[in-house]
Design a protein around this ligand. Structure first.
Ligand SMILES: Cc1cc2nc3c(=O)[nH]c(=O)nc-3n(C[C@H](O)[C@H](O)[C@H](O)COP(=O)(O)OP(=O)(O)OC[C@H]3O[C@@H](n4cnc5c(N)ncnc54)[C@H](O)[C@@H]3O)c2cc1C
Length: 434
């Protein structure tokens, strides 16, 4: 790579290349380094607005109040540009690179690492570019970079189709596609203005929903879960674990989310051992396919500080470990006030189809003959931030050490989520990814 090429890549990745330090040495500094001052002066922001005056783009500067609600991760951008076309995006990038101003793209804004925010740079906000075109003949869905999965699900379902998406349908298509689908993609690699996805025939309704069970049923639930991989036909999924009891947050219950891509009769036969258990509340029923994809929305419901961490596991799960995970979680909910909605979720999704795609075909490396488990903590008090991170880290480590998989060549990376705490602030919210 020549110096010019390196300089170009650095600028695209919000970094600066400095050759002046010492002969033979190159210093690359990241825009996220807190010692680097914001780059975009107000004067430059006005210049940017003038550059875009003949377009439909809206340039929001810190003088306007709106910028606060468009900043994520506590960062204060120099300007947020709400773009409406590829041409406008191109003008913004040309302006930013000419003036050495860092820029980021913001799709759905779901990055837990704050990757779609910049302190002092330019945010290219795609929130208006969210058109979706479903083409029945080619069985494809063309989606603009700012759309969410929920919007894609709704549009595709109208034509009896579905695409492979995200379990949290409020997330943006842009970031998810870059993270999981496009080989070699990453932050500031380029701007995805539109992606075309293969669609698949999808029945209009599926069976599913939450069941809440008393902890006394743990043995039966774990026994069912341990047989899931051998029983599944590929059309079922089961998320299960622990959460606070609805309307009685000081006690812990087992929560199970059932999904079957079939009508109720077949689903009830598959999940019969679980459905037969005496439950606290059973919310399962047939529902439209797009609604099923919104059901995990409580993960990201606004109003609380949150952290999310995860690891992997391979069944069979040890009952003793599951009892300990319950006891740790129960102690946590009894010790700290207002942590309702926190959860530990073991995700059983059939992996046969996912593993048929070769590992070098996509950027999605976390797949193999194992499953993910997520720890989602929710709380209100800022003073508890580090306490929550440490507690969650301890529970994650215990599960990883006793049930997780290590990296196996050719069988995925054996880990979910990156290591190292990162923070996500959305308006008044903070997410911490461990
Ligand atoms: C609770 C939760 C559950 C999740 N579940 C899943 C899951 O089931 N499956 C899964 O695959 N992922 C999952 N994710 C991860 C999610 O897909 C990523 O956080 C993704 O990056 C979100 O995309 P976004 O557009 O909303 O994010 P943003 O914060 O807008 O962007 C994330 C990154 O992508 C870049 N980017 C966004 N849009 C574009 C674009 N159009 N062109 C170029 N760069 C762009 C941004 O600059 C940033 O670097 C989950 C995340 C959370 C918080």
């Amino acid at each position: 790579m020549t110096l010019e090429e390196l300089d170009f890549v650095c600028r695209l990745r919000n970094s600066r290349l400095d050759l002046s330090l010492q002969p033979g040495y190159i210093l690359i500094t990241s825009a996220r380094n807190p010692f680097i001052k914001p780059f975009l002066t107000y004067k430059r922001a006005i210049q940017l607005r003038q550059n875009l005056q003949d377009t439909e783009a809206t340039v929001i500067t810190p003088i306007g109040k709106a910028i606060r609600s468009l900043s994520i991760d506590g960062a204060r951008p120099g300007a947020v540009v709400i773009v409406t076309s590829s041409h406008e995006i191109s003008l913004v990038i040309t302006f930013a690179t000419c003036h050495y101003i860092p820029f980021v793209v913001q799709g759905g804004g779901f990055s837990t690492s704050g990757a779609s925010s910049t302190h002092g740079g330019i945010v290219i906000n795609l929130s208006i570019m969210r058109s979706i075109v479903v083409d029945l003949t080619s069985q494809t869905v063309a989606v603009q970079g700012g759309a969410t999965w929920d919007e894609v699900d709704q549009a595709a379902a109208k034509e009896g189709l579905a695409v492979v998406g995200c379990t949290t349908s409020a997330a943006g298509v842009g970031g998810t596609t870059l993270g999981a689908a496009i080989r070699g993609a990453g932050q500031s690699f380029g701007v995805v203005t539109e992606s075309v996805m293969r669609a698949h025939p999808q029945r209009p309704s599926v069976f599913g929903g939450f069941i809440y069970l008393p902890v006394e049923q743990l043995t039966a639930v774990v026994e069912f879960a341990n047989q899931f991989d051998t029983q599944t036909t590929g059309d079922e999924a089961l998320f299960f674990g622990f959460t606070t009891r609805p309307r009685a947050p000081l006690s812990t219950v087992i929560v199970a989310l059932l999904l079957y891509n079939e009508p109720s009769i077949a689903a009830e036969a598959f999940f019969a051992p679980l459905l037969a258990l005496k439950s606290i509340r059973n919310e399962t029923h047939e529902m439209p396919y797009p609604k099923m994809n919104t059901i995990l929305g409580w993960f990201v419901a606004p109003g609380t500080r949150k952290s999310i961490s995860g690891t992997t596991f391979t069944p069979p799960l040890d009952l003793q470990l599951m009892q300990e995970v319950h006891d740790d979680f129960d102690k946590f909910t009894r010790t700290y006030p207002r942590v309702e909605g926190s959860a530990v979720v073991f995700e059983l999704i059939p992996y046969t189809c996912v593993n048929q795609i070769s590992f070098d075909a996509t950027a999605y490396a976390n797949r193999g003959q194992y499953h993910n488990v997520m720890f989602i903590f929710r709380w209100y008090d800022q003073e508890l931030d580090m306490k929550m991170v440490n507690l969650e880290r301890a529970m994650t480590s215990k599960t990883r050490d006793r049930a997780g998989v290590v990296r196996i060549a050719g069988q995925g990376v054996g880990s979910t989520l990156n290591s190292g705490p990162t923070w996500w602030i959305r308006d008044t919210e903070i997410w911490i990814q461990i």
